[in-house]
Design a protein around this ligand. Structure first.
Ligand code: HEC
Ligand code: HEC
Length: 484
């Protein structure tokens, strides 16, 4: 700091520049406390395909990426919106509307992007093509794109049974391509007033081909590794599983989804309202609002791929984000990230299994996630069960590409990395989760009963370690995260 000050005293340029230098020196002096440097400038370093695709595979990716960007209208009749099947309920009209930053396939766009600042597109979407939707209070120009879930089935009496499903933000009512449809929006104002609504923001889809190709046994071995260090930090965790075939599920904030194709099918139906080969029935199929036969997206009559297959291929072949070149600060930050325990959940390196794609085949990659779910305590709990995941269990968010993300944590509650780290702590409250069943099978009475009391977050000790670092060490950790 003093060096900068001395240099500025010798400065012989214009008074404005002199003042600017003094101001810089002053602000740098103020920055004794650590700050999130914000989303990284420069190129996106993401959005292209994995290396070494052959000619046919390159063409497959290029075509599939266009389908990922395709904009839907109700029957594909509106200029510039050629996709078929939007609604009756929807949250967006293309995968790329939400998976946008820092390139198509990524996470929520936003005004703080240095590459392409844009307001939340869900605001303008409310009234696109004549629709008459009211923008819910939790969707703002400055905030992230969001989907909403209701915790209880009854917004006015939240002691009712759990719901957990996605409530679509918007209806096609009023759109020029949905004459006669009268579907109302869900009662979001009521749900907000009764604390019955939780949110999810988009996770990026870069590099997911590596994750998909990783054997269950690799994830299990990784979770079992470093047992004594994990135990000392209070870290355990478990893998989520598919109720259908018992294998590991690893996609989504609670690792609730099996595969990229399943996720694509679910997203197409839930986010855009397009029925498809995975999810063949319309949601919100009220009379007067169903305009197409089902499934709206399907394998074409000439055998051409369906949209959901193209979405899965896009995500399978999107390359992993490219980190920035290391500096002395980021290297120190990386070492601290390991020594204070962040890496015990945010696993730096995993190895994919055999894959037909050369770049993925048995390749090591750097997701900074164990793809396991962890108890995160009473601050983050969202009241929702998905697969084995309990209300406060979340998948370790993969940190590759975090250097260019604008919003953090499952509901987008944090807009900078210090808030994100602080949000890992369990808070003061405890809560009890109980499951009780009673039934007779084979003449025997079964009464399975499960009760877990959660008071802390598995990340509490690691976050205390972070808090005990010096300001410059914390800064190195933040700089490291922004280099990913
Ligand atoms: C309205 C915004 C929105 C749209 C449109 C959208 N998504 Fe998403 N996406 C999300 C959210 C929110 C999540 C996190 C969901 C969760 O875990 O509950 C997500 C997560 C995902 C994931 C999980 C990635 C991971 O890290 O495990 C995949 C895969 C995905 N979306 C694919 C798609 C595809 C394909 C489309 C187009 C059919 C699509 N999404 C459209 C919001 C959206
Ligand atoms: C017990 C496992 C665990 C430990 C230890 C842990 N994290 Fe996390 N981390 C998570 C989980 C789970 C999430 C997602 C939680 C949510 O969204 O509700 C997350 C989210 C994040 C995010 C936000 C990413 C995004 O895309 O929103 C950042 C940044 C992060 N962690 C950094 C750190 C740092 C730095 C440390 C060490 C100080 C650390 N984490 C320690 C489990 C852990």
């Amino acid at each position: 700091m003093s060096t900068t000050g001395k240099t500025s005293l010798r400065f012989s340029g214009s008074p404005q520049v002199f003042m600017a230098i003094l101001l810089t020196a002053f602000l740098t002096g103020m920055a004794a406390a650590q700050t999130d440097p914000g989303p990284r400038d420069g190129t996106a370093g993401a959005g292209g395909p994995v290396a070494n695709l052959n000619t046919a595979q390159s063409a497959l990716f290029a075509n599939a990426l266009n389908v990922f960007k395709e904009v839907d209208s109700v029957s594909g009749t509106i200029a510039g919106e050629p996709g078929v099947g939007l609604g009756p309920g929807f949250n967006a009209n293309s995968c790329a509307m939400c998976h946008a930053e820092p390139a198509v396939g990524g996470s929520s766009p936003g005004l703080t992007s240095r590459l392409h600042p844009v307001p939340n597109p869900q605001v303008a979407l409310a009234t696109l093509d004549g629709a008459t939707n009211v923008v819910p209070s939790f969707i703002t120009a400055y905030g992230p794109v969001r989907e909403a879930r209701f915790i209880s089935t009854d917004t006015t009496d939240i002691r009712n049974p759990l719901n957990g499903g996605v409530a679509d933000l918007y209806s096609i009512k009023g759109r020029t391509d949905a004459p006669g449809c009268n579907l109302a929006q869900p009662d979001f104002a009521g749900a907000v007033a009764n604390n019955n609504v939780i949110f999810r923001i988009p996770t990026p889809t870069f590099g997911l081909g590596f994750v998909e190709a990783t054997p269950d046994a690799t994830l299990a071995a990784n979770l079992a590794a470093n047992a004594s260090q994990k135990a000392a930090l209070g870290i355990s965790g478990r893998l989520n599983h598919s109720g259908n075939d018992g294998t590991v599920t690893k996609f989504g904030w609670k690792a609730q989804n099996k595969s990229l194709l399943v996720f694509a099918g679910e997203a197409y139906n839930v986010e855009q309202g397009v029925s498809n080969e995975n999810f063949t029935n319309e949601r919100n199929a009220v009379a007067g609002c169903v305009f197409n036969s089902n499934p709206e997206d399907r394998i074409q009559d000439d055998g051409g791929a369906s949209d959901v297959m193209n979405f899965a291929i896009t995500m399978r072949l999107l390359a992993a984000p490219v980190p920035a070149a290391p500096t002395a600060s980021t290297t120190n930050g990386s070492n601290l990230f390991n020594s204070i325990g962040c890496v015990q959940c945010h696993t730096a390196t995993l190895t994919a299994g055999p894959s037909p794609f050369t770049a993925i085949n048995n390749a090591t990659y750097h997701p900074f996630s164990d793809f396991a779910i962890h108890h995160m305590g009473s601050q983050l709990t969202d009241g929702t069960h998905q697969g084995d995941a309990e209300p406060d269990e979340f998948r370790t968010a993969p940190l590759w590409g975090v250097g260019q993300r604008l919003f953090f944590m499952h509901d987008g509650r944090a807009t900078n990395l210090l808030q994100a780290i602080a949000a890992h702590t369990g808070g003061n409250g405890c809560f009890t989760n109980q499951d009780f069943d009673q039934f007779t099978v084979n003449g025997a009475n079964f009464q399975p009963f499960e009760s877990i009391q959660v008071c802390v977050s598995e990340a509490d000790k690691t976050v205390s370690n972070f808090n005990a670092l010096s300001a410059s060490q914390k800064q190195d950790v933040l700089n490291f995260l922004r280099s990913l």
